[in-house]
Design a protein around this ligand. Structure first.
Ligand SMILES: [Zn+2]
Length: 241
């Protein structure tokens, strides 16, 4: 049995968390924000009680479907995105994490709503302990990343959109600015995580996201100083504290 009084959430001692989880089980979509306020505020901090909630979240995700399953997977994924790579949380909660991973994998295959796909894919990576990309794939959905030039430091917009794939150092949405085309990686040359994401998104039928990945794992040029850089490295550099 979990001794919740020895664990903590954002409020301190976590005695109240089981009752909050009871309410979450009754209305996962409705109570999601409140649960996250306690267990994963701003979706960037987790506590001992947050990880202790994983078995309950896995149980709920396995018993329900639709929005409630999405809410449970989303809560658990946000918590796991806060676990440092190699953290002993992965061993201590290996069974619920494996169940959450399996359920997320099923949802990815079954859910053809593009709005859900990238958040779910990020959750899958959270449960695998993949850092950075469990938070940074969203730019493929919004069509834009903001990074900085490794040489001159200027803010760069990396646009991976339906209307073009380019870098710009000024706000391209407000005025005419110089746009330097991105140079995508060749799909056949993608390796490691990039290849896995590319193959998976194609297999799941999300061609639009698959089309963006070679740009995300390709190269950009700074319009101001002409320095070329790896887009993914610059995204990672912006994310790392
Ligand atoms: Zn530059």
């Amino acid at each position: 049995m979990t001794n919740w009084s020895t664990l903590s959430d954002v409020c301190g001692a976590a005695d109240h968390v089981p009752a909050l989880l009871d309410r979450f089980e009754g209305d996962a979509s409705g109570v999601w924000s409140e649960l996250m306020d306690h267990l994963c505020p701003q979706l960037d901090t987790a506590f001992s009680a947050s990880f202790a909630a994983l078995p309950r979240l896995a149980g709920l995700a396995s018993r329900c479907d639709g929005e409630d399953r999405q809410a449970a997977l989303s809560a658990a994924g946000a918590i796991m995105a806060c676990a440092p790579g190699g953290s002993d949380v992965f061993e201590a909660y290996s069974a619920p994490i494996a169940a959450l991973h399996r359920l997320t994998d099923q949802c990815l295959r079954a859910d053809d709503d593009p709005e859900n796909y990238i958040p779910l894919l990020q959750r899958l990576l959270s449960f695998e302990g993949v850092e950075i990309w469990d938070r940074c794939l969203e730019g493929l959905q919004t069509g834009e990343y903001e990074v900085d030039c490794p040489c001159c430091g200027v803010d760069l917009f990396i646009v991976i959109g339906e209307n073009g794939c380019f870098s710009a150092s000024d706000d391209y949405s407000l005025r005419e600015v110089e746009k330097v085309p991105l140079r995508p990686a060749k799909p056949a040359e993608l390796e490691g995580l990039a290849k896995r994401l590319y193959d998976r998104t194609l297999a799941d039928g999300h061609q639009f996201m698959a089309r963006g990945l070679p740009y995300l794992f390709g190269r950009a040029t700074c319009p101001d100083c002409g320095t070329a850089c790896e887009v993914a490295d610059r995204v990672a550099a912006r994310w790392r504290p």
